[in-house]
Design a protein around this ligand. Structure first.
Ligand code: FMN
Length: 283
């Protein structure tokens, strides 16, 4: 078991790991409005009644539109849509001469909401509930339709290959996703394999360590006896010395002197059971 070294910091670092969406709504005059929102999550009322949970801070057009129309589209942002996301996120503050990037807009297939043609995954949502907390409002939004990239071949709810979607992950900075690591359950087997492997490593390590100490014990006993009779004959003392050297060499070459996980010479945390260097439990 690795002992992760952490430090406590102020809760201002609350932006860790957010999905990136551009929310599409209609303004009062019927024109489209798009804005990046990354405070997005999902929940389920029961059965297949899934809801998007989306939070907005302060006053913004998207918030007004969502409250008035009670529906919106949530367009997942992939890495090639980053210029669009950046544009929509700063459109009110940048000077008016900044050129608007090109993008296509369609209408939702189930709800009357504007959707972005570039997005590989679009939710069409209605608003069921709004909860205010200070300057933020959180909307609970039943998902009425999902448009997913045709390249995806999902067999069930939990079978969505995000590497096909290439989503942008936001933490205050933009990130792209790494590789796909497996499905639910894959790591249970790996944990079991790992713990069996671990047991094997530890039992070999303890066997070598026991042999090293037995050898060193016999060597020290011989040295003691040899020391008593050394006046007449130093043979036993010499044998004891050689045996002690052998026990040290055995400990060195069998690995009994080193942590079997990180290879550092054995030094415990305090006199505890864990390696001081890697934190693994070795005793
Ligand atoms: C990457 C990124 C993520 C954002 N996430 C959120 C968010 O989760 N909630 C929010 O209220 N504003 C968020 N914003 C800010 C809005 O997108 C921004 O205020 C936008 O200009 C609102 O446009 P609107 O007035 O047309 O709705 C985000 C901006 C960026 C660039």
């Amino acid at each position: 078991m690795i002992l992760m070294k952490r430090k406590s910091v102020e809760p201002i670092y609350s932006m860790c790991v957010q999905p990136s969406f551009i929310i599409g709504t209609y303004n009062e005059d019927g024109s489209c409005n798009f804005a990046p929102i990354t405070w997005v999550s999902a929940t389920c009322k029961g059965g297949d009644d899934y809801m998007l949970v989306i939070s907005m801070y302060g006053s913004k057009r998207t918030r007004e539109n969502v409250i008035r129309n009670r529906m919106f589209s949530a367009n997942l942002v992939n890495t090639s849509m980053l210029p669009l996301m950046d544009y929509f996120g700063t459109k009110h503050s940048v000077d008016e001469h900044v050129q608007e990037p090109e993008y296509g807009v369609s209408c939702g297939e189930v709800l009357d909401v504007p959707t972005l043609d570039d997005s590989p995954w679009v939710y069409e949502c209605e608003v069921a509930k709004a909860v205010e907390a200070g300057e933020s409002v959180t909307f609970f939004c039943p998902i009425r339709n999902i448009q997913m990239d045709e390249k995806l071949n999902c067999t069930d709810t939990f079978d969505v290959d995000l590497t096909v979607l290439d989503p942008v992950i936001y933490s205050g900075r933009y990130h792209s996703l790494g590789r796909s690591l497996g499905k639910i359950g894959d790591f249970r087997e790996k944990t079991m394999e790992k713990s069996e492997e671990r047991e094997e490593i530890l039992s070999k390590f303890h066997l070598h360590r026991m042999l090293m100490f037995i050898l060193a014990g016999i060597a020290l006993l011989l040295c003691f006896i040899g020391g008593m009779v050394a006046v007449h004959d130093i043979t036993i003392l010499v044998i004891g010395g050689i045996l002690f050297l052998a026990s040290v060499l055995y400990g060195f070459f069998s690995g009994a002197m080193f942590c079997p996980f990180c290879g550092q010479i054995i030094s415990r945390q305090g006199f505890g059971e864990h390696c001081k260097y890697c934190g693994e439990k070795i005793f």
